[in-house]
Design a protein around this ligand. Sequence first.
Ligand code: F6P
Length: 363
Amino acid sequence: MTDVRKVGICTGGGDCPGLNAVIRAAVKTAIIKYRWEVIGIRDGFDGLIWPEKTRPLQLADVSGILPRGGTILGTTNRGNPFAYKRSSDGIETVRDFSPDVIRNAKAMGLDCLIVIGGDGTQKIALDLFHKGLNVVGVPKTIDNDLSATEVSFGFDTALHTATDAIDRIHTTAESHHRVMVIELMGRDAGWIALHAGIAGGAHVILIPEIAFDLDRVCDFIQQRNIFGKRFTIISLAEGVKLPEELERSYVEKYGASPQLAGKGNVIADYIAAKSNKEARVTVLGHVQRGGSPTAHDRVLSTRFGSAAVDLIAEGGFGKMVALRQDSVKYVDIGEAIGQLKVVDPKGELVRTAKSIGIHFGDE
Ligand code: F6P
């Protein structure tokens, strides 16, 4: 047991259903089990740069937040204290605030900081650890692409939202005999598009891990027509790599460094022109990140939040909680970051999808 009396907690990067459940479990465990004080740090690491953005968290502060989406602490995906960007009068400046973070954490008497965040946030946490701040990590991403953990909370909720959307698309697609592209989140990995595509009965799944040829997809759509299936649903991960020619028109349409959303439009245009069918696009976007976490995500978040506090009690600084063989384990943050968990194109899930006739545009 370490001599801990006060811990901080912050959420960094994009929000995700289950963050509040993690905060609640961590605060409850720290206060009920260990009798520690907890300080809530607002907006990622910003609260350690500007300490007026912090507040003590009591049990009453986390009462009722279990089913709430978002994060009561606020978050940002632009707040790297090592290279903090600010702009004033059109001039952008970059400053290293990490000494302020370390100094303020010490002044607040924080014995450790619980950092809930994805790959980028955990990398910052590790750098702060190397500069002398005790940290423990809780992995977070709806994309489910962190290799350290079998599953991350938020993924199940996003999947339910995406599957519900595909169910709704189904009836309108069938009625109008259309090709419907539903664009789902997944920057580097196609987990949501793959799982939701299978769960929602999509006919085509396009993900970053599998290179596809849209002419093959068009042939497949024609085959479906011949068999009397006059509609097709395409589950698309936003991070797919477009064929060169389409990538050019995508960049023309959305700019040189586009946000990911929008690839569905160029794909739908191509299919409509080539297969002479009406095509429509639904970009589900941040709907997938919002809303109340599913029961699965609430349980996983609670396990992670509570285990993070136990990890501090054991003195496991520089480590992160993770799910391995359905048990919560501790892993070094350094080993956990930088390695994405992507869909195996030859894996069981893709093979199952292919066995039931789902097309990936690759053969
Ligand atoms: O990494 C999680 C994620 O939800 C991605 O799937 C998506 O591309 C990205 O965040 C969106 O980020 P932002 O909220 O900054 O647009």
